[in-house]
Write a new protein. Structure first.
Length: 382
């Protein structure tokens, strides 16, 4: 039995490794010139700073199985993501915490006082928020929403927050203490030698063959026992039902002496600033020392057909289109759709790895029990 895997990111790499260790031959096809997908890291030739080429990736999880799995392939260095945001001439700490609240309103509130104060600002008349903006009003009131979410969200998504679902804001915490750790997971860190090194070690197996700069054609599935497809699901069907909407990112790189902004991530919430944030990459490797620094200004825009897709839009029109592709996928034979692009979902690295491990486990069990390998390995693909 021989398997094809389309895409050499974490999804494809993990599935390939699990199948290879059971003795199966695996061909991994990658259309780009490198492995690791959007997690790709490389050294800047001029500065030697480790760059996250497609935007910063901080690994964070509560999943012990995933944490132990990835630690087999790298040495994780401790890293806490502490995000800052500029607004109206000031610099604030994100996520919104007690320091942000006290600084923004010029107060010295205690945690309990801050809870009562924010409750007094919140829109108590909104019981079931219908969109992002109403969710923010209900959560934190209009002032904090305007400062930290309206402008940034408008630039990030290219539309008024009132047109976005309320569920997006549910992922953004508000804390009534001075904890400025952006994530709230037990395990957090960044691989000492970057993510490309991790993926390279995962796919370093005698049963795995990697074919870079190679586009997998749909008809090639007949050459393999089964194909795992982690490229965009609509691409498999030649976009016959339309092109699913994504936001993409443009990066403007600059090299400076010393330290540029003093932190890894600085958001720009004002609408008169065209970029959403500036990332300074040497701060993602604080265990290293560099005389020069590399920054990236990030610009978000609508994804065109030849762009790299980052964030699935998943509004009403896209969900209707996605359902047509899911219906078509369920009629396919010999292929499974996996990963962020194959299932049209925004998922973090730990979820990606966890789902890939599960996909491999289900596949091996299906082979053993002579069952059909599922088209999807998750229940909430729609």
């Amino acid at each position: 039995m021989k398997f094809a895997i389309v895409g050499a990111g974490f999804t494809g790499a993990v599935i390939a490794r699990e199948l290879a260790e059971k003795g199966y031959e695996v061909d991994v096809f990658e259309s780009r010139e490198h492995i690791a997908g959007n997690c790709y890291t490389e050294r800047c030739n001029e500065t030697s700073v480790l760059i996250h080429k497609y935007g910063p990736h901080i690994f964070h999880t509560d999943n012990v199985e995933v944490w132990e799995y990835i630690n087999k392939f790298c040495n994780f260095m401790p890293y806490i993501n502490r995000v800052k945001s500029t607004y109206d001439g000031g610099v604030y700490s994100l996520p919104i915490n007690l320091h942000t609240i006290n600084q923004f309103f010029g107060k010295t509130l205690s945690p309990n006082e801050a809870i009562e104060f924010i409750a007094s600002l919140s829109a108590s008349d909104i019981r079931e928020p219908k969109n992002f903006e109403e969710q923010a009003y209900k959560f934190i009131g209009k002032d904090l929403y305007k400062a930290f979410f309206h402008g940034y969200t408008l630039k990030q998504w290219g539309m008024e927050p009132s047109n976005l679902p309320a569920s997006i804001l549910k992922r953004l915490p508000v804390r009534f203490n001075y904890n400025d750790n952006y994530f709230n997971h037990k395990y957090q860190g960044i691989p000492e030698n970057g993510y490309t090194d991790v993926v390279a070690k995962i796919i370093d197996h005698e049963n795995i063959s990697v074919k870079l700069k190679t586009v997998f054609e749909r008809k090639q599935k007949y050459e393999y026992t089964h194909t795992f497809y982690s490229d965009p699901i609509d691409s498999w069907f030649n976009n016959e039902h339309g092109v699913l909407g994504y936001r993409t990112l443009d990066f403007e790189q600059e090299i400076h002496d010393c330290d540029y902004q003093g932190c890894a991530v600085m958001n720009y919430a004002d609408t008169d600033v065209p970029y959403t944030r500036i990332t300074e990459h040497k701060h993602f490797s604080p265990w290293e020392s560099h005389d020069k620094t590399v920054i990236f200004k990030e610009y978000s825009r609508s994804c065109e057909i030849d762009d790299i897709p980052y964030y699935p839009i998943r509004l009403v029109e896209e969900k209707e289109m996605l359902n047509r592709y899911i219906d078509a996928a369920e009629k396919e034979k010999g292929v499974s759709f996996v990963g962020r692009l194959g299932t049209y979902r925004y998922i973090d690295m730990d979820v990606t790895i966890g789902e890939a491990l599960n996909a491999a486990k289900v596949t091996l069990s299906s082979i053993e029990n002579e069952l059909k390998i599922p088209v999807f390995f998750i229940d909430n693909v729609r």
